[in-house]
Design a protein around this ligand. Structure first.
Ligand code: CA
Ligand code: CA
Ligand code: CA
Ligand code: CA
Length: 378
């Protein structure tokens, strides 16, 4: 196994106890509580000082921005009022990216009725909001037409749409995917055929066929248009998370998906043929690993152990609170069980280096608070 014996997470360390993944908690109970956060959040440097800041979904469907300090001793609200979005419903997806090319981080957030874009002032404040109507859409961002402006993929129960960014952060409709009778639940940008143009891999949940999930690959032509679909891999049950990341360090993006208490990794091929008899054959299943013991409320792929291979961080409902579970990537498309933590919050979790010590820390969001640092002692 490629993991270091001392896998440092949070503001403390998990110290290996005999086995490569047998970590026990060495240090616990410190970190910061931010008194807001309900469903999801994001960590990004929004004021350009080199320290990660925190953007979280507040109650009442607003977004709250908290600035980290260079001393990493506290977080302060960036503005007195939260960012108010169109559609005052639960926010389930937050991204922070530069949408208008001015070098300042902008906010992209989806709630149950709208995708909102708020341009950043570079100081942690976010200004006027523009929005697109979209019912419970999940989001991915990427430049599909080569103009350097990030375009947006939204996937809802009814359709998948790519919106082109006009360069100012305004999104206009480009291409609607809507095969008849389909229910799309997940999608991601990926350059699946390695031609330098982003493609779209959609996952569809079919209740009619015994809760089977199938997938479709749509190849991009580099202008914002996509060719007809090829059937890709199918999965049993409901896929809750659908992500592309290079899991085996070969420079080709691989598919990581979570469904029914399992995480599957499908490795992307480094050369064609991509399509055979109408089927997408550029993905090969590498592993299936138990995770979440039920439904994952969140799943992110990050290198948490510092070995250069992406790991999987998930949260799941426990009673009470949430369980937070790590599965370590072994660099070949397989995952090995890592530590499981318990936390009162934890509807959503991500890892990032908040205190600039070069080690991954944890941020958990849920139950009205955001915790950054070490989880409570077990
Ligand atoms: Ca910007
Ligand atoms: Ca673009
Ligand atoms: Ca492509
Ligand atoms: Ca790969």
């Amino acid at each position: 196994m490629a993991h270091s014996m001392h896998t440092c997470l949070l503001f403390g360390c998990f110290i290996a106890a005999g086995t490569a993944h047998g970590q026990t908690l060495d240090h616990c109970g410190s970190g910061f509580e931010i008194p807001v956060g309900v469903t999801t959040g994001h960590a990004a440097d929004v004021d350009g000082d080199g320290v990660l800041d925190v953007v979280v979904a507040s109650a009442a469907g607003t977004v709250s921005v908290w600035l980290g300090s260079l001393t990493v001793s506290s977080y302060s609200a960036a503005q007195s009022d939260d960012v108010v979005l169109d559609g005052s419903t639960t926010i389930h997806d937050i991204h922070v990216e530069d949408m208008n090319g001015d070098g300042h981080a902008d906010l992209i957030a989806a709630n149950r009725t709208f995708i909102n874009v708020a341009l950043g002032g570079g100081d942690g404040t976010f200004g006027a909001v523009t929005s697109i109507e979209c019912e419970v859409c999940t989001i991915d961002l990427g430049d599909v037409d080569g103009d350097s402006a990030l375009d947006l993929l939204s996937v809802s129960n009814e359709e998948a749409v790519v919106f082109l960014n006009d360069g100012t952060g305004l999104l206009t409709t480009s291409r609607v995917f809507r095969p008849s009778g389909s229910l799309f639940y997940n999608g991601a940008f990926v350059d699946a055929n390695l031609d330098g143009r982003l493609d779209v891999h959609l996952q569809e949940y079919e209740t009619f066929f015994f809760y089977n999930s199938s997938s479709y690959m749509h190849l991009g032509d580099g202008t914002g248009r996509f060719s007809g679909d090829s059937s890709g891999p199918s999965f049993d049950g409901f896929v809750s998370h659908w992500m592309y990341n290079d899991m085996n360090d070969d420079g080709v993006e691989d598919l990581v998906l979570v469904h029914d208490g399992k995480a599957e990794v499908w490795l992307g091929a480094s050369a064609g043929p991509w399509i055979s008899h109408g089927y997408w054959v550029g993905l090969t299943e590498a592993s299936s690993t138990s995770i979440c013991s039920g439904f994952c409320t969140s799943a992110v792929v990050e290198d948490m152990s510092g070995d250069g291979y992406p790991d999987l961080l998930t949260t799941a409902w426990a009673n009470p609170g949430f369980s937070i579970q790590i599965a370590y990537g072994n660099g070949d498309g397989t995952l090995s069980p890592g530590p499981t933590m318990h936390h009162a919050h934890g509807e959503y979790a991500l890892s990032a280096d908040f205190n600039l010590d070069g080690r991954s820390d944890l941020m958990v969001v849920g139950n009205g608070a955001t915790h950054i640092g070490t989880p409570p002692c077990p």
